[in-house]
Design a protein around this ligand. Structure first.
Ligand SMILES: Cc1cc2nc3c(=O)[nH]c(=O)nc-3n(C[C@H](O)[C@H](O)[C@H](O)COP(=O)(O)OP(=O)(O)OC[C@H]3O[C@@H](n4cnc5c(N)ncnc54)[C@H](O)[C@@H]3O)c2cc1C
Length: 338
């Protein structure tokens, strides 16, 4: 494959990818962010737990602001769907639906998809009264009638933890045999947690705001909010294609600096074992960017490819700051050198 080799390509333009792009742009790295436009953030109409927005902000606006912010620092944002990546001679070849790309460092910030239960009416409630994340959304449903859908230890703990927010919490296994162990069963008993075991056939709502769950045995349970723990699909296909290891839960294995098991490949956000929240994804993106910048700097030192010294009197001085390096002062970058 031929073409310009960029310093860094980021696949995924959600919170993790945008935050990484911001750091890399400000580190003067030649950075491209490629995104297919399906961030989970758009499902949240009122983000209340992202620092700096005391009145809340919609996930879509947060992404829009993020893109505007990143663009200020020279990062190229491209809409494309990446189908395949491979690595040859330390360079990543990236095959998109619309074009091909090359980079010496690659960050995967491809996220995950939460699977809502397949119950008629549920999808309309996503982000309004159907939630996946206790840490994001429990605060907003205080004192309401809450049902946790699930049948395993995680669901039992979810429901028990929700008691801090409301006394009216119950579990619906939705027709699945409960799989929680005896300790969790004991806790549910101690806290007298109601458990409904029949299938939910229909969700009654008004404009996405839940009114009731209808069960198979013709029970109508008035409900204000549902939390579900059904499962997540991690978008790891690209990572696996290039040999990156996954952990037992199917997330991309990373170290503390977000380096994967493949040299030059990094991952950040919900596709890793992060607690999947916006501010954490953004923090991981920044961490990955710093590791990438450091690794590129070390490569620059090894290959003598840093910009060279220039006498300050020879170029424009603005205020107390020396002007930007002139183009001819830079040592050839990797793509030019190869
Ligand atoms: C209903 C709902 C409500 C939520 N509410 C909150 C909340 O209130 N607070 C909070 O902190 N978190 C909330 N979250 C979680 C939040 O959305 C995630 O934590 C956050 O979006 C994770 O960021 P990310 O960058 O890891 O992934 P994402 O934001 O999902 O971004 C991943 C990006 O990668 C792109 N991508 C994937 N594969 C490819 C490919 N092959 N080629 C190109 N691009 C690709 C996708 O299109 C997407 O844009 C909520 C989630 C949901 C579903």
């Amino acid at each position: 494959m031929t073409g310009v080799i960029r310093d860094v390509i980021i696949i995924g333009g959600g919170l993790a990818g945008l935050s990484a792009a911001l750091y890399l742009g400000r580190s003067q790295r030649d950075t491209v962010l490629i995104d297919s436009g399906h961030s989970m953030a758009v499902w949240e109409p009122d983000v209340q737990n992202y620092l700096g927005f005391p009145d809340g902000i919609s996930g879509s606006s947060l992404l829009e602001k993020g893109r505007a912010h990143v663009t200020r620092y020279g990062v190229d944002i491209i809409q494309d769907d990446i189908r395949k990546i491979s690595k040859q001679d330390e360079i990543f070849d990236i095959q998109g639906a619309s074009a091909q790309y090359r980079a010496s460092r690659l960050l995967l910030a491809t996220g995950l998809t939460h699977l809502p239960p397949e119950i008629p009416g549920v999808r309309e409630c996503l982000g309004h009264s159907l939630f996946f994340c206790k840490d994001c959304d429990a605060y907003r449903v205080q004192g309401k009638r809450i049902v946790v859908i699930g049948a395993n230890n995680e669901a039992a703990e979810y429901a028990l933890a929700m008691l801090a927010y409301s006394p009216s919490v119950s579990i619906a296994t939705n027709g699945i045999d409960a799989r929680w162990d005896h300790i969790h069963a004991e806790w549910l008993k101690v806290y007298q947690m109601p458990v409904r075991r029949d299938r939910i056939v229909h969700v009654e709502h008004e404009d996405g705001h839940l009114r009731a769950l209808h069960f198979e045995k013709e029970v109508r349970l008035e409900t204000d909010a549902v939390f579900t723990t059904r499962g997540d699909v991690y978008h790891t296909g690209l990572a696996q294609g290039v040999g990156a290891e996954l952990d037992r839960d199917g997330q991309i294995k990373v170290n503390d600096h977000m380096r994967t098991t493949v040299p030059g490949l990094y991952a950040a956000g919900c596709v890793t074992p992060a607690n999947c929240q916006m501010v954490i994804a953004a923090g991981q993106g920044a961490t990955a960017a710093q590791a990438i910048n450091r690794d590129l700097f070390e490569e620059n030192l090894r290959t003598h490819s840093l910009p060279v010294y220039e006498d300050g009197s020879r170029f424009e001085v603005r205020g107390s700051k020396v002007g930007m390096p002139t183009a001819d002062r830079r040592m050839p970058n990797r793509s030019e050198a190869l």
